[in-house]
Design a binder for this molecule. Sequence first.
Ligand code: ZN
Length: 214
Amino acid sequence: MASPSDRAPLVERVEELLAVDGPLPIVAAGDPVLRRGTEPYDGQLGPELLARFIEALRVTMHAAPGVGLAAPQVGVPLRIAVIEDPAPVPEEVAVARGRVPQPFRVLVNPAYEPVGPARAAFFEGCLSVPGWQAVVARHAEVRLRGQDEHGHAVDELFTGWPARIVQHETDHLDGMLYLDRAELRSLSSNEAMARRWTHPTPTTAAAELGFKLP
Ligand code: ZN
């Protein structure tokens, strides 16, 4: 529980961020705010400031562009993230990766647990690690629990690419980056990705770069 005395710095921080119109600056790897973890959201911002903050996260995610953004990525250590993926990829890629469109969602105090042993390994990237991608083996299906932006309970199963997105964003809230879970031998610049690793799956990259797939 936040007491009034430790509420103030967070509110000030968010108000300062929102004083400037347009997308918020995204914090890059190396900033401790991405590593410290977050405090659960229990009303620290109040409904009006929360709504404005969520809108700023949405605008920033779209501008990047990205399919998810966690509050620490704009320097705010609260357990809040947004996701949205229009999935603009070729059919063959969409099918292989389970990349179905994910409507805009706000995740408040999310936590996930695996459903079954299946794992899926694909290249992913992060707005806080610009210019690079790496293969991460993640749970193929997860159960996500938490709240939405109105405080209503969420308890849902996610599969395919949306399961990857919610794991990536929830990890941010625990002070983790995708590189902590990645096959580091798969690390590829965006240029290398565009030139070599556009296949629907990372099988060829695994053979040529020398890393294992689950
Ligand atoms: Zn990220």
